[in-house]
Design a protein around this ligand. Structure first.
Ligand code: MG
Length: 226
């Protein structure tokens, strides 16, 4: 066995976050009488991305950004609705959306017989705990390390300090980070000196400025790596 400790990213690595997010936006539209169009969804996504970028720069808090993204969106489309209400619907729906990506359940089940599995995820804790609780992979996951509870996020070394402090026996050699995000998962593994596997199902171009030890397009390829 190469890597007894597996550190899985959650969103878009095991969970189909894109689908869950679109479902959540539709629920917001239904509940708050907003036209559920692709154009409106794109506008929301732009407002959301702008706020998360501000969060990554340390300019806003998470509690502020989740409501502000809806304030910005509602202003952009010229509708007078409660941003707090929209965000509440969004987060509640996200929490109950636990759609897994192809083979995620099978891979977690098989690997949990021989390995110890953890989630390493940048997320809103209440949403991620609820989603995990409802998911069929919960029996296979030993623990979940959520950025909001850690007080730090991937790719920071402080986040991985938190993870390492909570796993007995883990070393920089006996674990591997598995994730879809270059900027958080792979960068985080590079920053902390951990082996890493890039889950790249859409075949995105490989960057030259990051160390990528393994690249997979299908989670079942992990059986040969770990
Ligand atoms: Mg991800």
């Amino acid at each position: 066995m190469n890597y007894p400790y597996l550190l899985f990213d959650a969103d878009n690595t095991l969970f189909d976050f894109d689908k869950a997010n679109r479902t959540a936006f539709s629920a917001v539209c239904t509940e708050h009488d907003i036209p559920d169009t692709e154009e409106n969804f794109r506008t929301y996504e732009q407002c959301n991305a702008r706020m998360w970028a501000a969060f990554d720069r340390g300019e806003v808090t998470k509690d502020f950004l989740v409501v502000q993204r809806y304030r910005d969106f509602l202003a952009a489309i010229g509708l007078d609705r409660s941003a707090e209400g929209c965000n509440h619907t969004h987060l509640t729906t996200l929490g109950i959306s636990n759609v897994l990506l192809p083979y995620a359940e099978e891979v977690c089940r098989e690997l949990s017989r021989t390995h110890t599995l953890y989630l390493v995820t940048n997320a809103v804790a209440s949403v991620q705990r609820e989603r995990l609780r409802r998911s069929t992979i919960v029996p296979y996951i030993t623990d979940a390390f959520i950025s909001e509870e850690a007080g730090a996020a991937k790719p920071s070394t402080a986040y991985f300090d938190y993870v390492f402090a909570h796993i007995d026996g883990i070393t920089r050699e006996n674990c591997i980070v598995i994730g879809d995000s270059l900027s958080s998962d792979i960068k985080g593994a590079n920053n902390y000196g951990l082996p890493c596997c890039w889950y790249n199902p859409k075949g995105a171009a490989r960057p030259t400025d990051l160390r990528i030890d393994y690249e997979i397009t299908d989670l079942r390829q992990l059986f040969d790596i770990v």
